[in-house]
Design a protein around this ligand. Sequence first.
Ligand SMILES: Cc1cc2nc3c(=O)[nH]c(=O)nc-3n(C[C@H](O)[C@H](O)[C@H](O)COP(=O)(O)O)c2cc1C
Length: 179
Amino acid sequence: MGSSIMSMSVAIFYGSTTGNTEAAAGKIKEQLGDIVAAVEDVADADPSDLEKYDLLFLGVPTWNIGEMQDDWAEFIPRMEGLDLSGKKVAFFGLGDAAGYPDNFLDALGELWEAVKALGSPELVGTWPTEGYDFDASEGLFDEDHFLGVGLDDDNEPDLTDERIAAWLDKVRDEAGLPS
Ligand SMILES: Cc1cc2nc3c(=O)[nH]c(=O)nc-3n(C[C@H](O)[C@H](O)[C@H](O)COP(=O)(O)O)c2cc1C
C-alpha cells in the first residue's frame, strides 16, 4: 500500500427523513471501518465540511414522487461556491421501486447535477440496474447503470447488506481504497 492510499480521507454525508438512509450510512461506515473519518447528517452539517475529504459518500432518499429529501433540499443551495474538483464522490440512494416505479431513485440525479456543478468531481461506484424492478429513473448514469447503489428497504430490505458489500468492493477498486 502506498502512502497516497493511506492518506486518502473519507467521509459520509447523508439526509434521511425516516432513518433508512441513516442506517445505510451506518452500514457503510461499519463495513469500511476506521478509514471513514466522519459520518454527517446534512441536517446538522456545514457545507464547507465537504471540502475536507478526498472521497465523499453521499446518501439520499427520494421523497414526494421524484423529489429531493428535505434536508438535502436545504443543504444544496448552501453548497454554492464550494470547490469539489479533484475529489471522488460515490452515491447511495434509497427508494421504493414498487411504490414509485416511475420515479425510482430520482434524487440521485438531482444531487449528482448539483455536485457536478461544483468542480466536476470524479464519480465512482455506478451500479447496474439489473435486478431492480422499476420503470423510470432520473438516477441513471447510462441505460443500464444507476449513478450509485440503489437500496430499497421498503421492498427488498434483505438485499441491502449484500448490495452495500458488493458496491463497496467496486468503490474501493475505483477509488483506490485498500480492500
Ligand atoms: C410519500 C412518499 C414518497 C416517496 N417518493 C418516492 C419516489 O418518488 N421515488 C422513490 O424511489 N422512493 C420514494 N419514496 C420511498 C423512500 O425513498 C424510501 O422509503 C426511503 O427508504 C426513505 O428513506 P429515509 O428513511 O432515509 O428517509 C417515497 C416514500 C414516501 C413515504
